[in-house]
Design a protein around this ligand. Structure first.
Ligand code: NAP
Ligand code: MG
Length: 404
């Protein structure tokens, strides 16, 4: 069988620990035998990030701007323990943070649905995709503990020195309290909105957006207004043509509706709401290893990754020569997402077909009862077979060969 040709290279970002082991097996078994892979390879493994003073992360992000599509392996975000473990020159920032800062995007996370891994919410039939704004709010807040008597104020000082001032609260004698300030930038909110509208059109799925604008009449209301203005200006007609809807509602109403919905839509959320709700949605759908994650930039760059980390505990077992059963589904879907997007942009139907078949093969393998240990624990399939890390990928390959 001749291999599928590519036109433009895929930016490939290798990573750390167990997911790096999976990356190699996955490429050898599921990609290289079928595709004449054109890849612009960057080693984001922690050791190489340290050797390059993290320049490799910046180079990989810039390559993504150049070529448009990247696939990324999970990477270690160093903490004090990692600095010691790897003898690092310094505690580098999160690679995902660096990539997001350069590409400026929104992260979309969607569960991968498989028969036998049933959502905890009975009515959910199709995935709910969470789109989280990844800038500002409580993640960049300023906080204070105070004790009265005294007055808390919100002050904006103009460049010319004049001030806008609002009293927050007057604390009485000996009255202790806490203060919190949040901010956001309209440009960032608009680029979030744009990413959401673009993604909804691409996926042909309804878009929901929710905040607490009735209570937060300026802050949250600005989010609501920016979404609505952009929709009216640029997306209204496109949504109608695609037969999808944009729908705004209060967050408490949205939560109630989500629980009664059949799924199949995109739910855009502010930073904190998205953080909390994406964990709820993913665990209610089954497992973090059964989630896709893609960063979509408003300029049309795509970076596909797994939603989970480097599975450190499994890696240490692997290093000791013990058998592991680590789920590679999210990493496989990062590859299929990136290959399909590459195929779409370069008009390569064979590449898109391959990506679809590989996803089908992965799902079918699990539905046939062959899966990794995390899934045997939660599946409703009777007598599932627990496979080790490598054998699961080989089982997917065997299924793939029947589909191609
Ligand atoms: P993790 O790698 O997501 O793993 C946490 C636990 O979840 C694992 O110990 C395992 O549970 C289970 N798990 C996660 N993925 C799995 C998979 N594919 N198959 C089977 N089980 C899976 O999170 P972590 O241990 O907190 O973080 C490890 C490293 O990953 C950290 O250095 C962190 O910085 C990094 N990280 C990277 C990313 C990213 O690059 N996108 C995201 C998050 C974390 P059991 O041990 O119970 O089997
Ligand atoms: Mg969280």
């Amino acid at each position: 069988m001749s291999k599928i040709e590519m036109k433009t290279p895929l930016v490939e970002m290798d990573g750390d620990e167990m997911t790096r082991i999976i990356w190699k097996i996955l490429k050898d078994e599921l990609i290289l035998p079928y595709i004449d892979l054109k890849s612009d390879y960057y080693d984001l493994g922690l050791k190489h990030r340290d050797e390059t003073d993290d320049q490799v992360t910046i180079d990989a992000s810039n390559a993504t701007k150049k070529y448009g599509v990247a696939v990324k392996c999970a990477t270690i975000t160093p903490n004090a323990a990692r600095v010691e473990e790897y003898g690092l020159k310094k505690m580098y920032k999160s690679p995902n943070g660096t990539i997001r800062a350069i590409l400026d995007g929104t992260v979309f996370r969607a569960p991968i649905l498989v028969k036998g891994i049933e959502p905890n919410v009975r009515t959910w039939e199709a995935p709910i995709i969470v789109a989280r704004h990844a800038y500002g709010d409580v993640y960049r807040d300023t906080e204070m503990k105070v004790e009265g008597p005294g007055k808390a104020e919100l002050v904006f000082t103009h460049a010319d020195g004049t001030e806008d001032r609002e009293t927050v609260f007057e604390f009485g004698e000996g009255q202790k309290g806490i203060l919190q300030e949040q901010y956001n930038i309209e440009e960032s909110i608009e680029s979030f909105a744009r990413s959401c509208f673009t993604f909804a059109l691409e996926q042909k799925k309804d878009l929901w957006f929710s905040t607490k604008d009735t209570i937060s009449k300026k802050y949250d209301h600005t989010f609501k207004d920016i979404f609505q203005d952009l929709y009216d200006r640029e997306y209204h007609e496109k949504f109608e043509a695609a037969d999808i809807t944009y729908f705004y509602t209060l967050i408490d109403d949205a939560v109630a509706r989500v629980m009664k919905s059949h799924g199949g839509f995109i739910w855009a959320l502010k930073n904190y709401d998205g953080d909390v709700m994406s964990d709820m949605i993913s665990s209610a759908f089954g497992s973090l290893a059964m989630m896709t994650s893609v960063l979509v930039s408003p300029k049309g760059y795509y970076e596909y990754e797994a939603a989970h980390g480097t599975v450190q505990r499994h890696y240490y077992k692997y290093l000791k020569g013990e058998e592991t059963s680590t789920n590679s589904v999210a990493t496989i879907f990062a590859w299929t997402g990136a290959l399909r997007k590459r195929g779409e942009l370069d008009h390569l139907p064979d590449l898109m077909h391959f990506a679809n078949c590989l996803e089908k093969a992965t799902i079918r393998t699990i539905e046939d009862g062959k899966m990794t240990g995390d899934l045997t624990l939660i599946t409703t399939t009777p007598n599932p077979t627990k496979l080790n890390t490598e054998d699961f990928i080989k089982a997917v390959r065997a299924t793939l060969d029947t589909l191609l």
